[in-house]
Structure formats: C-alpha cells, structure tokens
Design a protein around this ligand. Structure first.
Ligand SMILES: Cc1cc2nc3c(=O)[nH]c(=O)nc-3n(C[C@H](O)[C@H](O)[C@H](O)COP(=O)(O)OP(=O)(O)OC[C@H]3O[C@@H](n4cnc5c(N)ncnc54)[C@H](O)[C@@H]3O)c2cc1C
Length: 322
C-alpha cells in the first residue's frame, strides 16, 4: 500500500497530554501550521488522575476537567488535533521529518515536538486497577497530601520508591517500604536517609499478591514472603507503587541522546540531539515530572520551534543546505 502523504505543516506535535496541548496552543498563537496527533482522548495522564491540587491557579480540579479546559484553550488558538497513533518518526536527508501513523498516513514537517509521555509500570495484581486513584497511586508529590494521618505502603526498592517514601512521611503517620529482596537498589545516601527516618519501616522479602479495600479506598495489602511463601496481610490506608516508569521514547528512528532509563536529553531549547526534534514533558530527562513542568517544557519547545524555523528560512535564503 502506498502511504498517504500530508505536507505543509510547520511542526508536528506527537501526543496531546498537558505538554502536547500547551505546545499546540503556543504554536497556534505563534501562527505556526501545527498538527497534533493523539492516539486516545486529549489529556494524557490527566485522564487517569482524579483530583489535582497542585496546578497553580486551580486549587482543586478534576483531571478530566483540566484536560477539557486545556483542549478547549488549545483549540481556541487553532489547534488541529487528530486521532491516530504515531508509529515512527524519521528525519530524512532533506532535514524534514516523516511522521508515520497506524492509519497509514505519513505527515511531513521540518520540526517535531515529541510529547508522548510515559507510563508508570504496574504491579499487575488484583485490586490495583480497581483502586487506582482511590488509594493506589503512582505519584507521591501529586497525591501525598490526600493521605494525611494514614499508614501507607510504598512498593519498590529503587531511588524513586525510597525517596518518595521519605517524602510521604510528611503526611503519613507511618510508611512501610515493601520490597521483594532483603536490600534496596536505591543509592546509599537515599537509603541512609530512609533508615534514619523513624516513620519508615522496611518490609523485606515480600511480594504484593493483592490490593484489598472497599469502594471508599484501599485498606490492606496481601503479601507473600519471597523466601518461605508464607502469606500475611498488612493494613494500610494507601499504596504508592514505584516499580518503574517507561518513557514513550521508542518512536524515533536513529539515535537521539537519552539517559540510562530512556528519557530524551535536550538542550535548554528542549531540542534533542537530532536537529529539529524537540522533546517536552514526561518523555524528557529531568528532575521531576509534573503538569507544571510538562507545560513549562512545552512553552519553551514551541517558542524554540518558531526560532528554529526562522533560522531555517534564513539559511535557505542565504543558500545554505540544512
Ligand atoms: C496517576 C497519576 C497522577 C498524577 N497526578 C498529578 C498531579 O496531581 N499533579 C501533577 O502536577 N502531576 C500529576 N501527575 C503527573 C502528570 O500527569 C504528568 O507529569 C503529565 O501528565 C505529563 O504530561 P505529558 O504531556 O508530558 O505526558 P502525558 O500526560 O503522558 O501525555 C502523553 C500523551 O501522548 C499520547 N501518546 C503516547 N504515545 C503516542 C503515540 N505513539 N501516538 C500518539 N499519541 C501518543 C498519550 O496517549 C498521551 O495522551 C500524575 C501522574 C499520574 C500517572
């Protein structure tokens, strides 16, 4: 089958989470001809978040509602958002990008802003999906404040798990770190901080079999001892799962610099090591991943794209090849 080709765009934005929608809004205001390609409903992780209380200007807002407001705002400035899944992004010899989708269209543009986010790795145990957003969380900074005075469990043993457990003790009366081995993977300094925190208790050699609770929320974990196979129940008012986060960075053909976990490394313009390919939001290597950081990245990326395209036009006028 010969793929359809769609030219004439200044920039293609991949993903319509907070970063993609913000980039689309700025691109529209900058009079760029931009296309945003989203595989599902616009909103990204906002659609998996019940309540947001840390997005400045909105003391408390439902995730779906913020998604709707962001989408409407982007569209008000002319955002064109289509439903399709991007399968591959490739920079051609002429410096323009081919963005190929599942529906068989290849969109072409001189710049791409990749805002495809990532996904927290799930435990895949009974009760996890049912209690997501009602006692099961993947983000301590986002949800910690909802658990004041509770006893919590953190599942995992890497840097993120141990750092977030430490963070959660601001709110919780006690935090168990449930880990399947008898030692942590987290760096020494992070471990020492956790061991010195009287509110943290280690639960070694335990695997989570089930997350239990009622309609009102999580109230227990069913654990299995990884050495003896024995089972036990741990009473908790919430569980935070940090067993990994997978960035959606595998769409790019050719090498773009990334960190050990696969997040794109960018310069201060949000440009990756591939000229014209920008990355913003959760897919980018950075200290923290929040809605505010995603839209901040996207603002920079969209404005940087305008300047990048102006540079290309100058070079073309001067007869310099891209
Ligand atoms: C459960 C949970 C609760 C959270 N709560 C908060 C909170 O309270 N406050 C806060 O600040 N942050 C919170 N966060 C973090 C916040 O949601 C993210 O940092 C933010 O959504 C990142 O935005 P993004 O646009 O970079 O990525 P995402 O929101 O992940 O959006 C990426 C988009 O790209 C699309 N996409 C991916 N691949 C493709 C493809 N191949 N083709 C087309 N489209 C594609 C996805 O469908 C998605 O819509 C939470 C995260 C989670 C998981």
């Amino acid at each position: 089958m010969t793929p359809n080709r769609a030219n004439g765009y200044d920039v293609i934005i991949v993903g319509a989470g907070p970063a993609g929608l913000c980039a689309a809004m700025y691109a529209g205001r900058g009079m760029l001809k931009a296309l945003t390609i989203e595989r599902g409903a616009p909103g990204g992780e906002l659609l998996n978040t019940d309540l947001i209380e840390d997005y400045i200007g909105f003391e408390s807002i439902k995730g779906w509602e913020l998604a709707q407001k962001m989408t409407e705002h982007a569209k008000k400035f002319g955002a064109e958002i289509i439903t399709d899944t991007v399968e591959r992004i490739r920079r051609g010899a002429d410096g323009r990008f081919d963005v190929a989708t599942t529906r068989g269209t290849t969109y072409r543009a001189p710049a791409v802003i990749l805002t495809a986010g990532g996904t927290p790795v799930k435990l895949g145990v009974p009760g996890e999906k049912e209690h997501a957003g009602k006692g099961v969380s993947y983000c301590a900074v986002c949800d910690g404040a909802f658990f004041k005075g509770e006893v919590l469990a953190v599942v995992g043993g890497g840097d993120a798990a141990v750092e977030e457990a430490d963070y959660l003790t601001r709110y919780a009366t006690k935090v168990y770190i449930v880990h399947r081995r008898d030692q942590l993977r987290a760096s020494r300094i992070i471990q020492e901080r956790a061991f010195a925190n009287p509110k943290i208790e280690m639960v070694w050699n335990k695997r989570v079999l089930e997350i239990g609770g009622t309609e009102r929320g999580t109230d227990r974990l069913v654990l299995e001892d990884t050495l003896t196979g024995g089972r036990a129940t741990l009473a908790v008012g919430g569980v935070f799962i940090f067993v990994g986060f997978k960035p959606n960075s595998g769409l790019v053909e050719g090498h773009a610099k990334h960190d050990a976990a696969g997040y794109f490394i960018t310069d201060e313009r949000m440009m990756t090591s591939i000229p014209g390919l920008f990355a913003a939001g959760d897919v980018r290597s950075q200290l923290t991943r929040q809605i505010t950081t995603a839209v901040g990245d996207a603002t920079t990326a969209a404005i940087a794209v305008e300047k990048y395209l102006a540079g290309l036009r100058e070079r073309a006028k001067a007869g310099v090849a891209s």
